[in-house]
Design a protein around this ligand. Structure first.
Ligand code: G
Ligand code: MN
Length: 428
C-alpha cells in the first residue's frame, strides 16, 4: 500500500476506534539492518531482492485486520486494529520469519531486522504521534541490537530520546555560545601560483573534547533536520571573514562554503544566501557554494530551479567531490555551474594508477568543454601537483599547500603577495 493511503487509512481507523471505546491499535515499524552495505558485499541488486523477499513474507503472513506499507529502502510499517491476538508475539513471529538466509546468486545472505512497537491510545493518540513513537522504539531496538522481538515504546525510550534531545540542544546552543569556528584552506591557481581564495571548513570547538571535525557533528544535525541553522551561521561567518580580510588588505578573490543537500533543499535557502551577501556588501561572485551531487537526488526539478535561482543571485557554484556521486552526467547540461572539484580519492591515486590518471585527465577535459573551472582537491605531493597541472587543472587545494587553518594562522601563513610556491612552508 502506498504510504499516503496507509496514513489516511490509519487516521480513519484511529477515528473509528475513538468512537469505539478507544479500541487498541498497534503500529509496528520494521527495518532491515545494514541493507545499504549488502550491495557492496553481495553485488548490485541484492538489496532490492531482499526488500521484495521481505515484502512477500509480510503479505503472506499478515492477518486480515492489518494494513501494510513499504516505506522505501529498508522500512516497513504495519498497523493492526481490533487486536485479537498478542501483538508482541505476532511481531516476534514476523521477525523470525524474516530472519532467514536468502539464496542470492551464489550467496546465502542472512537477513537481520529490528522492530519498534507503539500502541494507541497508550503511547500516542494521533497517527503521526503513533508513527513517531514506533520510530523512536525502532531506533532503540537498533541501538541495543535487539533483533528477536519488537521493542515496545516505553518511558525508557522517552528518557533515551530526551538524552538525544539534550545532545541536539548542545549542538544548537553551540552557535549561540560561539563554539563553532571556521577554518580556512587555501586554493591556488595552478598557472599563476596566486592564492585565489579559500574553502571555509567548519569545526566545533567543544568545551570538553576540543576541536571536532565535521564528521563528529554534521551527521547528527542532518539526521535531526537541524543543519540549516549551522549552515546559515557558516555562510554569514565566511562572508564576514572575507570582508574583514579585504579591510585589512588581504585581497582574496573568493571564499567557498560547503552546502549540505538538506540545506540546499530547505525553503528560503536562496533568500538566505542573498541576504548574507548583502549584509556584508560582497559581490555575489565572491561567494562560492560547494554542492554535492546528492542535492539532485531527491527532487531534481526543484534542485535545478534552485541552481538557477542561485545563479540569478550571482554566486559561484561548484560541484564538490565530483566523480564519486550517484547521479548521472545528464544533470551537467541542466544546471548552471562555474567549477568541478575532482574528488580527492582520484588525486590520491593519480601518480600510481594509470586508469585513475586517465579518468582525471578526462574529467579536466569534460570540465573545460563545459566552460568550467576544474579544481583538484587533496593534492599532497609535488608529483600529484605536477600531474594535475599537466592535465590542465585550473586550481588546486591540499595538504601540500596547507591544511585548513584557524583565521589568524591562515592570515600569517598567506604569502604577502598572495603568490604561493612549492618552497613556501605548508600550513600545518
Ligand atoms: O570534499 P571537501 O572539499 O568538502 O573536503 C574537505 C575535507 O578534505 C576537509 O575535511 C579537509 O581537512 C580534507 N582535506 C583537504 N585537503 C586534503 C588533503 O590534501 N588530503 C586529505 N587526505 N584530506 C584533505
Ligand atoms: Mn568542499
Amino acid at each position: 500500500m502506498d504510504y499516503s493511503i496507509f496514513h489516511q487509512d490509519l487516521t480513519q481507523r484511529l477515528e473509528s476506534s475513538r468512537l469505539n471505546n478507544n479500541e487498541h491499535i498497534a503500529l509496528l515499524m520494521f527495518c532491515i539492518d545494514h541493507i545499504s552495505e549488502m550491495n557492496d558485499t553481495f553485488g548490485p541488486g541484492t538489496s532490492e531482492q531482499i526488500v521484495l523477499h521481505t515484502e512477500e513474507i509480510f503479505r503472506k503472513h499478515l492477518p486480515s485486520n492489518a494494513i501494510f506499507a513499504s516505506l522505501g529502502d529498508d522500512r516497513f510499517t504495519i498497523a493492526f486494529t481490533n487486536l485479537t491476538h498478542d501483538i508482541e508475539s505476532l511481531a516476534t513471529k514476523l521477525l523470525a520469519l524474516i530472519q532467514h538466509p536468502v539464496r542470492i546468486g551464489p550467496h546465502d545472505v542472512f537477513i537481520s531486522a529490528s522492530a519498534g512497537l507503539a500502541l494507541f491510545p497508550e503511547d500516542a493518540n494521533t497517527s503521526d504521534g503513533l508513527i513517531q513513537a514506533s520510530e523512536t522504539a525502532l531506533r532503540w531496538a537498533k541501538a541495543s541490537n535487539q533483533h528477536a522481538a519488537a521493542h515496545r515504546y516505553t518511558r525508557t525510550v522517552q528518557i533515551e530520546a530526551s538524552h538525544n534531545y539534550r545532545r541536539i540542544n548542545e549542538l544548537l546552543g553551540a552557535i549561540d555560545r560561539q563554539e563553532y569556528v571556521n577554518f580556512y584552506q587555501p586554493k591556488v591557481d595552478l598557472k599563476t601560483g596566486r592564492v585565489v581564495g579559500c574553502e571555509a571548513l567548519t569545526r566545533w570547538n567543544h568545551p570538553i573534547h576540543g576541536i571536532l571535525e565535521p564528521d563528529a557533528f554534521i551527521p547528527v544535525l542532518e539526521e535531526e533536520g537541524l543543519i540549516t541553522a549551522l549552515g546559515e551561521w557558516t555562510i554569514h561567518d565566511a562572508c564576514l571573514q572575507l570582508k574583514r580580510w579585504h579591510a585589512s588588505g588581504i585581497m582574496l578573490d573568493q571564499i567557498a562554503v560547503n552546502i549540505s543537500a538538506q540545506q540546499f533543499c530547505s525553503p528560503n535557502f536562496v533568500q538566505m544566501v542573498d541576504t548574507a551577501i548583502r549584509t556584508y556588501g560582497l559581490q555575489p561572485h565572491q561567494l562560492e557554494l560547494e554542492l554535492t551531487e546528492s542535492c539532485l537526488l531527491e527532487n531534481v526539478e526543484h534542485a535545478i530551479q534552485v541552481f538557477h535561482a542561485l545563479k540569478e543571485v550571482g554566486v559561484h557554484l561548484s560541484i564538490d567531490d565530483f566523480g564519486i556521486g550517484y547521479s548521472s552526467l545528464r544533470y551537467l547540461k541542466d544546471i548552471p555551474l562555474d567549477a568541478l572539484k575532482i574528488d580527492r580519492s582520484f588525486v590520491a591515486e593519480i601518480t600510481t594508477n594509470a586508469q585513475v590518471s586517465a579518468i582525471c585527465q578526462s574529467m579536466v577535459q569534460l570540465g573545460h568543454h563545459l566552460n568550467l573551472n576544474v579544481i583538484a582537491e587533496g593534492v599532497e605531493s609535488t608529483a600529484q601537483l605536477e600531474h594535475v597541472r599537466g592535465y590542465g587543472c585550473d586550481v588546486f587545494q591540499g595538504f601540500l599547500c596547507s591544511r585548513a587553518l584557524p583565521e589568524n594562522v591562515f592570515a600569517q601563513w598567506l604569502p604577502k603577495d598572495l603568490l604561493w610556491t612549492v618552497n613556501h612552508p605548508a600550513g600545518v
